[in-house]
Design a binder for this molecule. Structure first.
Ligand code: HEM
Length: 411
């Protein structure tokens, strides 16, 4: 990897195309960790921020949630999108801080508890088998992302939420436009204000769902949220719709990217694939390594409530910080041989699910979906190879492979 200058390196963090070019991205992040681990970024079109690239600093910031708040800037967006989202008034778990965050998070928490996951195990296993069958039915060659990986987590999360199956394609389109809005291929046809218009369309859909679940409660997560009370009051419409939006968007692209990126990593490391096929007991560790390797959520942000030192830099009150999970998960000080894909890695203290009070609510579900998919796929896989060049999404937020052409033999 050639070493870029640290100023150029810092700018990649606000450059969606850099995330579609992993050698370029990792050269820059490696340089930052070594030479400027807390780096000021002033990129055209974005409000300035500090990039935090070391694992230890990411943990330190997440741990100090009273000082480093999620409000008002939890996600890196262009200054224009920052303004538009503020105008729409979206307020999800990732925009909230304790004590409010804790109370609102508790509304959905039972749905993702270890007990709930255990109860869902058989159903997820059935779905995993179904999607492996669908893969076989493509006839031995497919774009694995488009034809297999995208549909399975979408099915799981939308069924849990309570969206009818006929609307899954609409949800897929809207969530991809929302989180993948930096990628030319995934953008809306009308290039301007695409994030806001996808969000408004999604909110209109969720307004109807809220009204319907309040009028006729059913046994789904949408009903639990629509009929929950905080201090004796129901959530406002905007808070209910925001809740649906965070579950819908967080719940599938992330897992889809992990499954696709995991399959690619196994194809590119045939020794690891053989090892995992020979010993399915390694699946929990392999799942963690896949999630570290892919890191589908690239970063979240925090804002300093007062002047605070991170590393050896004083962050002034009101400035925001970008926590680069991609960089932290390749930190030489936190992982032995971080650029080695090792399904037996132990310990594996990756931060792909974040850390602290905002730790991913769906981590257990994501792990189960990924593990069960490979549990079902690997024993049936006779051969597999790439059938073209894999392509990554251009995004500074959530993404991974958008195309993975493969050729395979499956029983
Ligand atoms: C939060 C990653 C799957 C729901 C987060 C955060 C990350 C993350 C990094 C922020 C944590 C922080 O700020 O410290 C991932 C990854 C996934 C995944 C890598 C898949 C491999 C899911 C799934 C759901 C989900 C399947 C299902 C609903 C959420 C929610 C939050 C969240 C609701 C906000 C939690 C809060 O702010 O309290 N996730 N996620 N995620 N995730 Fe996930």
């Amino acid at each position: 990897m050639s070493m870029p200058t640290v100023d150029d390196a810092a700018n990649v963090l606000a450059d969606p195309t850099a995330y579609a070019d992993e050698p370029r991205l990792h050269a820059a992040l490696t340089a930052l960790r070594a030479r400027r681990p807390v780096a000021r970024v002033e990129a055209p079109g974005y409000q300035p921020f500090w990039a935090i690239t070391r694992h230890a600093d990411v943990l330190a910031v997440e741990r100090t949630d009273r000082v480093f708040t999620n409000w008002p800037r939890p996600v890196l967006m262009t200054a224009r999108s920052d303004e538009m989202q503020a105008a729409i008034g979206i307020r999800t778990l990732i925009h909230m801080d304790d004590p409010q965050h804790r109370v609102v998070r508790a509304i959905a928490a039972d749905w993702f508890s270890p007990r709930a996951m255990k109860a869902m195990g058989e159903r997820i296993d059935e779905l995993a088998r179904h999607y492996v069958d669908r893969m076989r039915d493509t006839g031995g060659e497919c774009d694995f992302v488009r034809e297999v990986a995208v549909n399975y987590p979408l099915y799981v999360i939308m069924s849990l939420l309570g969206v009818p199956e006929s609307d899954f394609p609409l949800m897929l389109k809207l969530t991809q436009e929302l989180v993948g809005s930096d990628d030319d291929e995934l953008k809306r046809a009308t290039p301007s204000d695409e994030t806001a218009s996808a969000l408004l369309e999604m909110f209109a859909y969720f307004k109807d769902l809220t009204d319907s679940r309040r009028a006729n409660p059913t046994e789904d997560l949408a009903s639990s949220i629509a009929n929950a009370t905080v201090d004796g009051e129901p959530l406002s419409d905007i808070d209910t719709m925001s809740y649906y939006a965070i579950i819908a968007t967080a719940g599938h692209d992330t897992t889809t990217s992990s499954i696709s990126g995991g399959l690619r990593a196994l194809v590119e490391h045939p020794g690891q694939l053989r090892r995992l096929r020979a010993d399915p007991g390694l699946m929990p560790r392999a799942t963690e390594e896949i999630i570290r390797w892919v890191t589908p959520v690239k970063a979240f942000m925090r804002t300093a409530a007062r002047d605070t030192v991170v590393g050896d830099v004083t962050i002034p009150e009101g400035d925001s910080l970008l926590l680069s999970y991609v960089s932290a998960n390749r930190d030489e000080d936190a992982f032995k041989d971080p650029f080695r894909f090792d399904i037996e890695r132990e310990p594996n203290k990756h931060v792909a699910f974040g850390f602290g009070v905002h730790f991913c609510l769906g981590a257990g579900l994501a792990r189960m979906e990924i593990g069960k998919f490979f549990d079902r796929l690997l024993p049936r896989l006779r051969s597999i190879e790439l059938a073209g060049e894999p392509e990554l999404t251009a995004t500074t937020f959530v993404g991974g492979l958008k195309h993975l052409p493969i050729r395979f033999e499956l029983d």
